[in-house]
Design a protein around this ligand. Structure first.
Ligand code: GLP
Length: 244
């Protein structure tokens, strides 16, 4: 889907999420959302908050799993994805915080492996992710699955790519402050989602989007694995679609 602006595309995505939440609620079912951070999904979250306030959209039946978190990272730090999600969404809607799952950047290093196994098991235990939102990094990463990630990779600790750390430098006020590691849902975890929506805005994403959609599937660009997923939709603004 190529829309004239990211605002319009975000509104369309937010409406789709709202419809899913409502249709699940009408059946007395939980709605399991996989959520992303970064600048790309912020307008979707703004719209969901607006729909909660103005249209009474309830998040009482929603369970969320975030894709990733820097490691190490304290939840109250400025760059923490826990803080991000609270600021953009969770603090403004009626979600039960017991239903919110975000990889924990404070786990002891020796416990990360088991922590990741449990995160994965928890997703399975609620029936899997109904709808996974994704942004895309300049390296072609989804979540923090950097080049070299396999299509079956599980939730795990990953070493961040140099380009990803350069891109995050402004958030951390200097590149040397950007953590070298992160915990991320794996490509295999993401591929199990029943539906995936990847969003990209701006000319800075045009090259990696063209490579992702029209290039060969390759571990060098993990987002290309989405070509093998049967229910993935891309939402682009005009600039991000410029090289297609
Ligand atoms: C980070 C996140 C990704 C996100 C990417 C792009 O690396 N872990 O999930 O897709 O940034 O960020 P932005 O949306 O700001 O371009």
């Amino acid at each position: 889907e190529i829309l004239p602006t990211s605002q319009l595309a975000s509104l369309t995505v937010a409406r789709e999420i709202a419809e899913l939440i409502k249709s699940k609620a009408a059946k007395g079912e939980k709605c399991v959302l996989g959520l992303a951070t970064g600048s790309t999904p912020t307008q979707v979250y703004n719209q969901l908050v607006r729909m909660h306030k103005e249209e009474g959209l309830s998040f009482k039946n929603v369970i969320t799993f975030n894709l990733d978190e820097y490691f190490p990272m304290q939840p109250n730090e400025l760059q923490s994805y826990v803080r991000f999600m609270k600021e953009y969404l969770f603090d403004h809607v009626d979600i039960d915080m017991a239903n919110v799952n975000i990889p924990d950047g404070t786990v002891a290093k020796e416990d990360v492996y088991e922590y990741c196994r449990n995160y994965e098991a928890k997703i399975d235990s609620v029936g899997g992710i109904d709808l996974q939102l994704l942004g895309i990094g300049r390296t072609g990463h989804i979540g923090f699955n950097e080049p070299g990630s396999s299509i079956t990779s599980p939730t795990r600790m990953i070493t961040l790519d140099h380009i990803t750390r350069v891109d995050a430098a402004s958030d951390f006020f200097a590149q040397e402050n950007v953590p070298r590691h992160a915990i991320t849902m794996g490509v295999g975890t993401i591929m199990k989602a029943k539906k995936i929506i990847l969003m990209a805005w701006g000319e800075g994403k045009a090259k990696v989007i063209a490579r992702t959609i029209e290039g060969e599937v390759s571990e060098q660009v993990p987002a290309t694995y989405l070509q093998r997923h049967s229910n993935t939709q891309f939402y682009l603004d005009i600039s991000a679609s410029a090289e297609l």
